[in-house]
Design a protein. Structure first.
Length: 326
């Protein structure tokens, strides 16, 4: 499935080669003792095609084509980040399966979305999701006028949000695309390889490519920055450690608020079959009883990192399109 390059940040990118210098940028949230950062890496090659099995592996699927530039969180969100956001007026998001630098788990999709909304509103930006809480979380769809329209109408996500949960295409591309241009080339695993990664083989194993079961169940995930090899774009832990919520409903488009959501990546207790690019699970967005399910955050691109190659010259993209909340 080919996708047309969409307008972004005021430019039409049709026929333009877009690329992003791979560098990590930390966004800061909270203040004082409750300040924390989220590291983001640029996901370039806008206009790449879906995975058509051209990467030399044995798996493929109709995912990964994204027509615009964006950023992906380098790591899964940790419990420490949830705790500091809660101390800074985030409400009704607990998680708590694991402490400190381990990933936030026991977390509903709605709670992950509420954390993302707080990231936006704490900086004066537009909330990504129209959520409400009255003992339980619920969500209302945005109107077509307010909804995200790039790569098709997405009634879950507001068009002006700065931070959001990654869609299945955004997540898949950051994990498996070979980062070799506007191609349909993907790896089978998020460690930049078509070979099964090295997992946790025995108690105390410190040499691994990804944190998953390969002979020993360690009964808990690692800290989010101690998870093995990076993807070609520089994300960590998209294979293993904990499964991750995707924004996307299982059946496209995102037009039913209560639809089951896609879950990807496998966990410390799962075998290599759950790490493959073809592997996807589903979960009720209000379900939070799974200690091996967390999430990461995506964002629009930074103005200083996105470059457009326009004919004979290079031009910086204008300021990112993070809009103030209404």
């Amino acid at each position: 499935m080919n996708k047309t390059i969409s307008p972004i940040l005021g430019f039409t990118l049709a026929g333009v080669l877009a690329f992003v210098v791979t560098s990590v940028h930390a966004d800061t949230f909270g203040s004082g003792a409750n300040a924390f950062t989220i590291d983001f890496v640029n996901i370039g090659n806008a206009g790449n095609e879906d995975d058509a099995g051209a990467g030399g592996g044995i798996y493929s699927g109709p995912y990964g084509g994204v027509s615009y530039l964006y950023r992906m969180g380098v790591y899964e969100i940790s419990q420490d980040q949830i705790d500091k956001a809660t101390a800074s007026e985030l409400t009704n998001v607990t998680a708590g399966a694991w402490p400190g630098s381990q990933p936030a788990a026991f977390v509903e999709w709605y709670e992950a979305a509420a954390f993302v909304n707080w990231l936006n509103t704490s900086k004066g930006y537009q909330a990504a999701y129209d959520l409400s809480f009255s003992g339980n979380w619920s969500m209302t769809l945005w109107s077509s006028e307010d909804a995200w329209q790039m790569d098709g109408e997405n009634l879950y996500r507001h068009k002006d949000a700065c931070y959001f949960l990654p869609s299945e295409d955004e997540w898949y591309k950051a994990a498996y695309h070979q980062n070799d241009g506007m191609t349909a080339n993907y790896w089978d695993y998020a460690t930049g390889s078509n070979s099964i990664p090295d997992g946790i083989d025995f108690n105390g194993d410190t040499t691994f490519d990804a944190v998953f079961f390969q002979g020993y169940d360690q009964n808990q995930p690692h800290g989010v920055s101690n998870v093995g090899l990076a993807s070609p774009y520089g994300t960590y832990g998209q294979n293993g450690n904990v499964f991750e919520w995707n924004e996307s409903a299982v059946s496209s488009p995102n037009s039913i608020p209560t639809e089951d959501r896609a879950v990807r990546g496998g966990s410390w207790a799962d075998m290599d079959s759950d790490l493959r690019s073809v592997a996807v699970a589903v979960n009720d967005p209000s379900q939070s009883s799974f200690a091996a399910l967390g999430f990461r955050v995506a964002s629009v691109p930074e103005p200083s990192s996105a470059l457009l190659l326009l004919g004979s010259g290079i031009m910086l993209l204008p300021r990112r399109r993070c809009a103030s909340a209404r």
